[in-house]
Design a protein around this ligand. Structure first.
Ligand code: PMP
Length: 350
């Protein structure tokens, strides 16, 4: 027996590359190409240095209230964490304690199985349909919990609220987590279903539509009962998750509704243009409601395009995983970045 036998062994999640090049076009981790709101900048520049010597508010009241007001829900229905990864991990820890497996699609956000392994939660996955959409029947089996990314990643496919409601109706005895990291780019949030389904937890993030991946802010919206359960787990693990700086910056971001609308609309317009440009060049893709497009080329292998783009300082995401290993996930950049991306593609495909 050695101490090594007692070390927890896990296979970690592999995040997308964060290359340290000074000049590059980064379309590989679904970040927003626009900076955060000017209000965020102002708030950060005006931070009170004296406040940093104190612990931040463990209840994160200021940001919780700002998010709740923005959504038009009571503040006891909101939980805030360090990015939606933290919120999702807390939700897994809090709600998935059954001997029965939790369920999610085989092709989805690849952190779910990592958390399940880490927390020793049994899980079962099911295949997507040939067009990458989800068969609602696969969610209608006995389980210990349900996770649904909507829109799904990396496919970009948004399932309707009717679909989400069907999942909820068939899973009254499980907590259903709907991960809405990309919802602001086109879909309708399941938050509107909260009043009717007390087992629903909706998770969103500031990393994509609010351009704040570097600040690490995510949140869950659910019934006060479920939010209290998440807070109890949080206070049993790490009470001070959000720094004073992120609480202030997050609040400023939520309150600048105009900038939020402007930038998400810009991303949506560029995405729709990118769909046309990809089609012209022989790519096909499921229709995306996110800030990325999951595309495959009719002739040239995705792995080769990926490498060729990289040589030109353009980074997209490639998953070497059966079923999706001929696809590229291309984050929507600015119009200028997309032009450079398409110029490079023209060279590569010539
Ligand atoms: N869910 C999905 C589906 C994602 O793609 C991501 C981004 N990697 C996250 C959650 C986590 O994002 P963050 O922790 O930055 O909020």
């Amino acid at each position: 027996m050695s101490f090594r036998d007692n070390i927890r062994k896990v296979v970690p999640y592999t995040p997308g590359e964060q290359p340290k090049l000074s000049k590059m076009i980064k379309l590989n981790t679904n970040e927003n190409p626009y900076p955060p709101s000017k209000e965020v900048e102002k708030v950060l520049q005006g931070l009170d240095m004296d406040r940093f010597k104190l612990y931040p508010d463990p209840k994160i009241e200021k940001l919780v209230t700002a998010i709740a007001d923005n959504l038009g829900v009571a503040s006891d229905k909101v939980f805030v964490g360090v990015g939606s990864d933290d919120v999702l991990a807390m939700a897994f820890m809090t709600f998935f304690n059954s001997d029965k497996p939790i369920i999610f699609p085989e092709v989805t956000y690849s952190f779910y199985d990592v958390w399940a392994d880490l927390f020793k939660i049994p899980y079962k996955t099911f295949a997507l349909k040939d067009d990458f959409s989800i068969d609602v029947k696969d969610f209608c089996v006995d389980n210990g919990g349900v996770v649904l990314a909507n829109p799904n990643a990396p496919t970009g496919i948004y399932e309707s609220l009717e679909f989400v409601e069907e999942v909820l109706k068939n899973n009254k005895d499980s907590v259903v987590i709907v991960d809405e990291a990309y919802i602001d780019f086109g879909g309708n949030s399941a938050i509107s279903l909260l009043d009717r389904y007390e087992n629903l937890v909706v998770v969103q993030t500031f990393s994509k539509s609010r351009s704040m991946a570097g600040m690490r802010i995510g949140f869950a919206v659910a019934s006060p009962e479920l939010i209290k359960a998440m807070n109890d787990v949080k206070y049993s693990y790490n009470s001070y998750t959000m720094s004073y700086a992120s609480i202030e910056a997050g609040t400023a971001a939520v309150n600048d509704k105009e900038y939020f609308e402007q930038t998400r609309n810009k991303v949506i317009l560029t995405r729709e243009e990118a769909k046309k440009e990809l089609t012209k060049r022989g790519f096909t893709f499921p229709d995306s409601m996110t800030n990325f497009i999951f595309a495959t080329h009719k002739e040239k292998a995705a792995a080769d395009i990926f490498e060729e783009l990289k040589k030109r300082g353009i980074f997209v995401r490639y998953f070497n995983k059966p079923g999706i290993d001929n696809y590229l996930r291309i984050t929507i950049g600015t119009d200028e970045q997309m032009k450079e991306f398409f110029d490079a593609l023209d060279e590569i495909l010539a």
